[in-house]
Design a protein around this ligand. Structure first.
Ligand SMILES: Nc1nc2c(c(=O)[nH]1)N[C@H]1C(S)=C(S)[C@@H](COP(=O)(O)OP(=O)(O)OC[C@H]3O[C@@H](n4cnc5c(=O)[nH]c(N)nc54)[C@H](O)[C@@H]3O)O[C@H]1N2
Ligand SMILES: Nc1nc2c(c(=O)[nH]1)N[C@H]1C(S)=C(S)[C@@H](COP(=O)(O)OP(=O)(O)OC[C@H]3O[C@@H](n4cnc5c(=O)[nH]c(N)nc54)[C@H](O)[C@@H]3O)O[C@H]1N2
Ligand code: SF4
Ligand SMILES: [Mo]
Length: 881
């Protein structure tokens, strides 16, 4: 076979888009083309820029290709015996609660299930927690308080049926681009459909919004208490629904009245204009078909659970749940965050949506027929790493997550891992900030190389399918876990293929389930590997009556609480635990960028994904910036540490607030890890950390020399006090800076490639130093240093790395950084077609373009994945008003 097309699911966000991968084996090396799956109910053929560039990340560059113990490569058996023996010995000496697993919403359901089974049913501890603690745990706890179960009521279709969509703490345009595009499509077809964005920042998502409420950080519960009061005051309650299907309404309303006060008071404390807030309340009052979609601006808070219940209260009060186009919709981040919640990967849940009550404990142990069973919740992520630091937990196995970068108090977490008696890390990449401090690393197969299922934000279970072989010694996560389990002497882990695990897990969801548990995946008797391979995406619960799945929940108004009624929760709004001080007067917000995924281990391999934003930065309002200029380097600091990043001066953040993206690691820059600055304060119910509300200060870093280095290969740039690595097409780019004047001669010596011919330019008076090296007539390295961040564009120089030969004129232009008379296209806006800002602005004026469509026709920008459309809209608005 020369080419084949395989259906799978995107490795990135919780939208869970279906993909078709066409694999071409004809050239010996595997080449893949990625397209949206037109039949998949999440995306109907669309893909965003990350999804459509997934094929560019599948090479083996940087992969972990062998197991290692203390930095030494070992064979698979040695690694397995070592891990099993060490875990066994530590458990024997100190008991089961002295070990822990820290797993991830990016594991496939089968991996997750096996990890949970080993820890809770065989080791007998519940010390398995997941990065979903940092992500979804407040939403989970909110749903459980209200519904008695962790049930997302909605389906994506409800967004299309709604007349009002409220996006709270969600930068949908960048974090869930295809959901955003679906909303945008509805808005185009039905312009009267309203969109409200509630976010302290003016994000790209606001381009679609009829109203943006730049709420003061952390004040959402108050805003929603105020809404509940407003609904009650105008008589917009669904009294029949409240009476027949809920409990606790009076107490919730009384608390809302007591805490909210009047409209002016809410507006003032939320930092909002009174009229804007009144407008928002009025639209909610007027619109039965309202969906509230919420994400990390709600969850990542010390009162995240309360905030989600404050939102849910307003839906229960109006009966806006279980009906088309309605519902409180917590949207998941990772591709399988939902799958992890299902199997029980959170330390406070047992398995398959069962808790630690006696009946469930007994039922789960009988189902597994296991030697023991955890009887109480284990340690949640922040406590888990604290216990590791304290020595209470001695051994940890980290799978598919990078806590040295993504946990709050990240330096403390690194120290904890370093101090552990045993730290095992399973990853597909060799060098991450976490693998480099592990005792044992196990090479994992990853997306494209493994089979399994994932569940997306609207409960749709889809298959990920293998379409290529991975490195020879790498194995799927379920395999590593099962092998270690067997070598620890446990039976019950005799799996040869993930389909067997999926069947067992599905059986667990049905085991003694008379309908009192929401989660059910009922499979036909004869479900086999062929059926698994032929799986068509469908939302759970999948019951004998509804084999095609259940898109919308609670249509009958029955909930999973003991009384069958949904619960209102009386909410006392609380401010963030972190409050600005004189020393640290700025609120430090963190979050995501459009084209990067988390700690960049995958997206950091696709050159075009760096063209949108290439370096770590901090957004600062012009009023706070003083004489600081855009692009200068600053240190952002508090009493936990400091990072060094570029200043981006912008009014998208409000005065007094800063924003730093979460993505950069020490693999990509000298000192960018923002989670060093985030305290480990957590929500008392969910244990989710307050990742959105740190406080800090900033000051000029004091660079005296700015520059960049482009090089055909990676180079050691530790000579520079600041560096950030940015992947180019045929080269690596380093942005660099120093606080002291560098010794140029020493630098030239250090950076010279073998056999390179040097061309250089020195102007010590102007502080300008430039050098280029040619090897065999081709450009090999080029270094520019100067006194300010204003340096020639890197575009033209970067393109020269593709030249097979440099002609005389080009050589002479190298140290100017551009061909004479050439134009700078500016920062890239459309990543798909490489269209820059300057080109767009020029075309808008010269060709009199007035719409995004016209820009698309003229330049192709925005016509492929559509991820840049919000920015095109903003540029248009700015240029033509
Ligand atoms: N491109 C990209 N997409 C991703 C990911 C990625 O890494 N890159 N990660 C995925 C994952 S795991 C997740 S969890 C999702 C997250 O998706 P989102 O939650 O949409 O993303 P964030 O940028 O973390 O935060 C959302 C917004 O919350 C706002 N916010 C901060 N404080 C408050 C507040 O007090 N109130 C309100 N109302 N808003 C506030 C922030 O300004 C930010 O714009 O994205 C998923 N999608
Ligand atoms: N300040 C701040 N911090 C945050 C957030 C924030 O908004 N602000 N968001 C939080 C949220 S919501 C999340 S979800 C986390 C995400 O944070 P992490 O989970 O730490 O981020 P990832 O980069 O996705 O880490 C996944 C790791 O698994 C590896 N990997 C990929 N595929 C496989 C595989 O198949 N098997 C194995 N074993 N490994 C694999 C990758 O190389 C990578 O090292 O960050 C949290 N931290
Ligand atoms: S929206 Fe983009 S990143 Fe998310 S699943 Fe779809 S293609 Fe992947
Ligand atoms: Mo997440």
């Amino acid at each position: 076979m020369t080419t084949e097309t395989i259906k799978t699911t995107c490795p990135y966000c919780g939208v869970g888009c279906g993909m078709e991968i066409t694999v071409d084996h004809r050239l010996g090396e595997i080449a893949v083309a990625v397209q949206g799956d037109k039949q998949h109910p999440a995306n109907y053929g669309r893909l965003c820029v990350k999804g459509s560039s997934a094929g560019e990340t599948i090479d083996f560059y940087g992969r972990l290709t062998t197991p290692m113990i203390n930095g030494q490569a070992v064979d698979i058996d040695t690694a397995l015996d070592h891990v099993a023996e060490r875990f066994r010995a530590i458990i024997e000496e100190h008991g089961p609660d002295c070990v822990a697993f820290y797993v991830s919403g990016q594991l496939l359901t089968e991996d997750y299930y096996v990890a949970n089974k080993l820890m809770k049913g065989y080791i007998g501890s519940a010390n398995i927690d997941t990065n979903s603690r940092l992500c979804m745990s407040s939403a989970v706890a909110g749903y459980k308080r209200a519904f008695g179960s962790d049930t997302v009521p909605c389906s994506y279709e409800d967004l299309e049926l709604a007349d009002l969509i409220v996006l709270v703490g969600s930068n949908t345009a960048w974090a869930h681009p295809i959901v955003y595009q679906r909303i945008a499509a509805v808005k185009k077809a039905r312009p009267e459909m309203k969109v409200v964005v509630i976010d302290p920042r003016r994000t790209a998502t606001c381009d679609l919004a009829d109203l943006h409420l730049p709420i003061a950080p952390g004040m959402d519960a108050l805003l929603y208490n105020g809404l509940l009061v407003a609904l009650a005051d105008v008589g917009k309650l669904d009294q029949a629904f409240i009476d027949n299907h809920t409990e606790g309404f009076d107490a919730a309303l009384a608390k809302a009245r007591e805490t909210a006060g009047d409209l002016d008071s809410v507006a003032q404390r939320c930092g909002l204009e009174r009229n804007a807030l009144a407008q928002f309340y009025q639209w909610v009052i007027d619109t039965d078909r309202t969906v509230t979609l919420y994400s990390q601006g709600i969850n990542q808070s010390t009162s995240g659970v309360d905030k989600s219940n404050a939102i849910i209260n307003t839906h229960l009060a109006t009966g806006r749940i279980g009906k088309p186009g309605t519902g409180p919709f917590s949207i998941t981040g990772q591709p399988n965050a939902m799958g992890g919640r299902e199997v029980g990967g959170l330390a406070n849940m047992l398995a398959a949506h069962m808790d630690f009550d006696e009946a469930s404990i007994d039922r789960v142990q009988r189902f597994w027929n296991s030697p023991t069973i955890a009887r109480a919740p284990g340690k949640k992520a922040v406590d888990m790493f604290r216990a590791l630091h304290d020595g209470e937990i001695k051994a940890i196995w980290i799978m598919n997550t990078n806590p040295v970068d993504s946990m709050p108090d990240a330096d403390f977490v690194r120290e904890a891992i370093e101090k552990a008696e045993l730290a095992v890390v399973s990853d597909c990449m060799a060098s991450t900030d976490t693998t480099v401090v592990a005792d044992v690393v196990l090479p994992a197969l990853t997306w494209g190389e493994i089979d399994g299922v994932v569940t997306n934000s609207d409960r749709t279970i889809s298959r990920q399918r293998k379409f290529m072989e991975g490195p020879e010694l790498a194995r799927p996560d379920w395999w590593w876990i099962s092998q270690v389990a067997r070598r620890m002497g446990f039976d019950g882990f005799d799996y040869d293929h993930p389909w067997q695990i999926f069947r067992e897990y599905a059986a667990q969801t049905c085991f003694e389930n008379d309908g009192s548990r929401d989660l059910m995946i009922h499979l036909p008797e004869d479900f086999d590997q062929d059926a698994y391979d032929a799986w068509i995406p469908k939302p759970w619960p999948i019951t004998p009556e509804r084999p095609e799945g259940t898109p919308r929940m609670f249509t009958n108004g029955r909930f999973f609480t003991p009384s069958g009624r949904a619960r209102f929760i009386a909410i006392e709004p609380r401010a963030p635990q972190n409050q600005p001080t004189e020393q640290y007067p700025f609120r430090l917000n963190t979050g995501r960028l459009r084209d990067q995924w988390h700690t960049m281990t995958r997206t950091g391999k696709a050159a075009r994904l760096f063209s949108h934003r290439g370096e770590p930065f901090v957004s600062i309002h012009p009023n706070d910036a003083g004489d600081l200029k855009n692009g200068e380097l600053v240190r952002v600091f508090n009493d936990r540490g400091e990072i060094v990043v570029r200043a981006e001066i912008t009014d998208t953040v409000r005065p007094g607030q800063l924003f730093v993206p979460m993505h950069w690691t020490e693999q990509f820059a000298s000192n960018p890890r923002v989670d060093k600055l985030v305290p480990p304060y957590t929500d008392p119910i969910s244990g989710q950390p307050e990742l959105k509300h740190a406080v800090s200060n900033f000051e000029r870093w004091g660079a005296r020399q700015y520059g960049f280095l482009l090089s055909r290969e990676e180079v050691d740039v530790s000579a520079f006090g600041y560096w950030a690595k940015i992947l180019g097409k045929h080269f690596v780019r380093y942005e660099v800076a120093n606080r002291e004047e560098t010794d140029f001669d020493a630098l030239l010596e250090q950076l010279a490639p073998e056999g390179g011919t040097l061309i250089e330019l020195r102007d010590p008076a102007a502080g300008i130093w430039r050098a280029a090296w040619l090897v065999d007539g081709r450009l090999s390295r080029v270094l520019f240093l100067g006194p300010s961040p204003d340096l020639p564009t890197r575009q033209w120089l970067g393109e020269r790395f593709a030249d097979l030969e440099l002609e005389g004129a080009t050589r002479r232009s190298l140290l100017a950084g551009q061909a004479s008379g050439a134009k700078d296209v500016g920062p890239i806006i459309c990543t798909c077609f490489g269209v820059g800002l300057n080109t767009i602005v020029e075309a808008i004026h010269e060709q009199k373009l007035t719409s995004v469509e016209e820009i698309g026709k003229a330049l192709r920008a925005g016509t492929n994945c559509g991820s840049c459309i919000p920015e095109l809209t903003e540029i248009l608005a700015r240029e033509i008003g």
